[in-house]
Design a protein around this ligand. Sequence first.
Ligand code: GCU
Length: 330
Amino acid sequence: MNLKKLAQGILLALPVTAMSLAAQAADKITLKLAHNLDNSHVVSQALEAMAKEVEKESGGSIRMRIYPGGQMGGPRETIELMQNGALDMTKGSASEIEPFAKPFALFSLPYLFTSQEQFNKVIYGDIGREMMQIPKDKGFVALAAYQAGSRSFYAKKPIHSPADLKGLKIRVVATPTTLKMIELLGGAPTPIPFGEVYTALQQGVIDAAENNEPSYYQTRHAEVAKYYAEDGHTMVPDYLLISTQTWNKLDDKQKQILTTAAQHSETYEAKLWDEVVADSRKKAEADGSQFIQVDKKAFRDALAPLYEDFRKDPEIAPWLQKVEGVEASK
Ligand code: GCU
């Protein structure tokens, strides 16, 4: 084929190609989801399972493309990308949502939940479902809530009581509540993105951090902070978030497919959670970590002033009351 013919061929083919792409765009949707958790994390696995279900149930017309491991930045950045219409979905822990929707601060209130059952009733029940709609006016809502166990402090030296945290630089998710929590314990709160905690601990930029067992082990923090104090100060769930701009573009059937798959992903993640906690503990111990039993009362007492703050806050107080009203039977 000579060059002229080739050029003519390309020109003739162009409008057809352009049209088919347009047609494709009309009935095929790709939802971009970015988050900061590793591929192996159970929330990642639950999101992968959800993507499969969504693709199958929509007959291939909705795809979820997942970017894990903080490729698009931390939760602050991904939530902002979502607000700007550059991203459809992300994961935010309740603490990470707090700067955008104050009532989510509740989950950073130490020792609020007295049993797993009470926590489950809140996050999967009416209170939680209502809370999931709160950030709507900030451009996103939550579609699913995931277990993330309880968070405890870990450091390079043993921690037995709040006194052992005095003067330590402790990494936190940057929220007013967590900053205050560390100050009440006498530490220096140091906000650092999740993906940088390992290096910060290794290089001595921070002395301690706090998280659940899977994040402690899977992100290799256990290698550089051998002592995990079982104070279990907070239970901070993770959430799957979707931009309202994206949500509003979907028809009812598509919304239904996403809602159902999101609910299934909750059940799936919860089923995996306990096992991954036990497994992380076992592996961390085998690698030389020490899990230390602590007197939780000392931590609870030191952190009690946060309750007074919350009761005075008109945005949070009604939610606190609702949660406290949920029966906490074991
Ligand atoms: C947990 C939680 C994450 C969160 C992380 C953090 O691992 O599951 O959603 O980002 O803690 O401390 O930053």
